[in-house]
Design a protein around this ligand. Structure first.
Ligand code: ATP
Length: 239
């Protein structure tokens, strides 16, 4: 059996009187790509935010590498290799591409391979190398998305939480983004929890998937089974 690197056990979360998550339990095996799917407002981003401790759960436990994360700050989590790639374009706009990437390395423990990892990011996203002296604010939306991912890679993660990496990208760039995620997993050993609206592509690269509806997990299973599931096909694949 594969070792579980990240587990949520009956986690609930609320924003004031709005119950955003109710008793979510999920497991991410080490080395896997796991998809978290669901319609708008289902609670996907909240799930990632409770994992990375940006939002505090009201009950339940989250275990990362066997440790209850309630003891850790967001920074400590990043230091131990759990990194969230934010939705959209949350880069430091007044800094250059290179400065943004260097900032990503700021919290890491092992500083000896920063140059190598910068090369890795430039290899994955050659566009970022071409523009490395340019201010982040002048990048296109797709390029800012690449920069946000590049910055996360620079922190040397073991687990990457992706929030809608394909959002706002052209169809060609969406394909590229999914290939990059697969490469990070396959070639660089990163475990990935992937929140996506693009259900077909997400199921195509994941081994297991969870579907959230109104803050609860309504369905889970091997991704290939969900891709064949009639209810999933109707609700999310338009078939
Ligand atoms: P989307 O795909 O549209 O991004 P999501 O599945 O990521 O949606 P969440 O962003 O996690 O959903 O939101 C879950 C619920 O919590 C929604 O009803 C949303 O309106 C509510 N919510 C999210 N953030 C806040 C907040 N900061 N304050 C109040 N309510 C919030």
């Amino acid at each position: 059996m594969q070792e579980t690197i990240l587990a949520l056990n009956a986690v609930s979360a609320a924003y004031g009187s709005i119950q955003a998550l109710s008793n979510i339990s999920l497991k991410v095996p080490k080395g896997a790509i796991v998809a978290l799917l669901g319609s708008n407002g289902a609670g996907k981003t909240t799930t990632l935010n409770v994992i990375s401790r940006l939002v505090r759960q009201t009950s339940g436990t989250i275990t990362y590498q066997g440790t209850d994360t309630a003891r850790l700050s967001s920074d400590e989590l990043v230091r131990t290799g759990l990194v969230q790639v934010p939705e959209g374009r949350q880069v430091f706009r007044d800094m250059t591409v290179l400065e943004n990437l260097e900032l990503g390395a700021y919290l890491r423990r092992d500083r000896s391979h920063i140059g190598r990892d910068l090369e890795r990011v430039f290899h994955i996203f050659p566009r970022l190398q071409e523009r490395n002296r340019q201010l982040a604010s002048t990048l296109s939306g797709g390029e800012q998305q690449m920069l946000a991912i590049g910055r996360a890679i620079m922190s040397q993660p073991s687990v990457m939480l992706f929030d809608e990496p394909s959002m706002g990208l052209s169809p060609l760039l969406v394909q590229h983004m999914f290939r990059v995620i697969q490469e990070l997993n396959r070639d660089h050993g990163m475990t990935i929890l992937l929140v996506e609206q693009n259900v077909k592509l997400a199921l195509g690269i994941s081994s297991y998937a969870y579907i959230l509806e109104n803050g609860e997990i309504s369905l889970e299973g091997p991704a290939s089974d969900l891709a064949e599931d009639e209810a999933v096909r109707k609700a999310y694949l338009g078939i």
